[in-house]
Design a protein around this ligand. Sequence first.
Ligand SMILES: Cc1cc2nc3c(=O)[nH]c(=O)nc-3n(C[C@H](O)[C@H](O)[C@H](O)COP(=O)(O)OP(=O)(O)OC[C@H]3O[C@@H](n4cnc5c(N)ncnc54)[C@H](O)[C@@H]3O)c2cc1C
Length: 607
Amino acid sequence: MQTHRHEVVIVGAGGAGLMAALYASRGGADVAVVSKLYPTRSHTGAALGGIGAALGNLEEDSPLWHAYDTVKGGDYLADQDAARVLAYEAVDAVIELEHMGLPYDRTDAGRISQRRFGGHTSNFGEKPVRRACHSADRTGHMILQTLYQQCIKNNVRFFDEYHVIDLLVNEGRCAGVTAVSLATGEMHVFQAKATMFATGGWGRVWRITSNAHSLTGDGAAVVYRRGIPMQDMEFFQFHPTGLYGLGVLLTEGIRGEGGVLINGKGQRFMEKYAPRIKDLASRDVISRSIYLELRDGLGINGKDYVYLDIRPETVNRYLAEAGETRRIDNALVIKALAETLDLCRTYAGVDPLTEPMPIQPTAHYAMGGIPTNIDTEVVLDENWTVFPGLYAAGEVACVSCHGANRLGTNSLVDLVVFGRRGGMVMADYVKQADWVALPKDPTAEIEAEFKRLRTAKGKTRVAQLRQRMQATMMDNVGVFREGKNIATAVNDVQELYHSYRHDLSIDDRGYKFNTDLLEAWELGNLLELAHVTAVSAEARTESRGAHSREDYPNRDDATWMVHTLGLRCNDTPFPDEALKVELNHKKAVDTSLATEDPRFLPKERVY
Ligand SMILES: Cc1cc2nc3c(=O)[nH]c(=O)nc-3n(C[C@H](O)[C@H](O)[C@H](O)COP(=O)(O)OP(=O)(O)OC[C@H]3O[C@@H](n4cnc5c(N)ncnc54)[C@H](O)[C@@H]3O)c2cc1C
């Protein structure tokens, strides 16, 4: 075992981790970033469409409207102080990235170009607004490269290909993390005054997902096992436009440029469900609309997909019908959606310039996660009790600025806004905080668990268990949910967990680059998160945002303006018996904007 000591240790090198690292190092702290991937391979690099900020470069806009859209898009569960921070701090965060060298697309006047995105409107829902700043359709890639370069310049220390596998706690404070090196299989202890988790999401819980293979929710599971609750796990967003059968994401920017959804009868069906903003309604609304079309037998050729059409002749026809003067042509599509054309041609053999794209909803984004306050400090309960020394930012965190459903472009904003706040807060904290002693024998428990996995001699393969988990979660805890189906998923996941503990088989028993072992370990994390997700979904007897219950179709503000807190309550982090979770609730912060402006109070859903 090797021990390292850094004032600030950040787990994860996506947009959130890098922004936090940059700011903590600028604040004078000694910072290390521990990442299981090479930093620029983080999923932030796959983000396509854009980053939202009310710059008003092409039409009038205001951060207050952005905050309003965020709260409304989140079906009023968002903590409104967090939504306000997100929207107001987005403006200079985006400009700051520009100054760091991020090559945004430009308007004719040389300003940062902006495009439309679902749910982003001007004047409190009046009409769609151009708010998403973009760098073609590879915005996330550009953010990641820019931040990585800045971190290198600022002497941030990187530990690449180290999997963090445990949280170290002593005397009620966080003392750091344990990681395993992919190259050697050796355990490393990272002692820190401040530890931040920025490990991204867990889309791999579901069968069809836009998320990379690496998104197995390790960070969330690691802290959950050590007594940190998981907030709002029932809210997982299904993005409406995943490539059929694969889940590969087709950016909302396609609809931002004018793309339309078409059913098997050739109809533009969003006119029915969201007469005002149609194909630019928020993601939950569109995903449900697609399911309803499919259920009515209106898929393409009776199959379970519909079309997304960006062919200029189709788009221009609808633009003309709507009385708009704007028109698109092939050159614009090629310039604005280069990655999309490439993805479709490579993975589906479809050329979007001449054919419509086959799409279906795909598991995309975790609104829930590790509960934090607006300074990224992890909180333990409904009284917002801070757990000293532990921080979380980015998709793994639940601050909660996205409430029950995130708007497109708001995750990239979340990364840079809360990553930056977290970096500054940690730099201040480590100046006055003492070192926390490491717990006695810090790696004993986790080494025993790794030994168990490495020597597992059962009959069930990791891939079989993973497929069964993904299937039951897709069928029973997907876009539409119902009490008895969710209960089936809870049972299925418990059975799978039982096999995972008692009947797992593994081929590679070595130490170097043992991806077989690490996949088994990641499956354990996915099962934990699938379980707390299903239990939270079963408990929430209403429909709100991305959580849509057929047996409880209405939003119930009287009972459910609360966040769910799922606390793991087994006696040990690695139990042999069934997983246990206790649910508590935390009130949503719904006052700061709502009291000043009644438009922020929950209202009927009109899209
Ligand atoms: C295809 C796609 C397109 C998207 N498009 C957009 C968009 O246009 N606009 C938008 O706002 N949002 C978009 N999103 C969402 C957004 O990209 C993500 O929510 C965001 O990038 C997450 O960033 P992050 O920094 O939290 O984590 P990530 O970028 O996912 O990075 C996670 C980091 O954690 C590390 N890590 C994980 N587990 C461990 C472990 N056990 N030990 C050590 N390190 C670990 C990884 O190595 C990685 O560095 C998109 C998402 C996808 C999947």
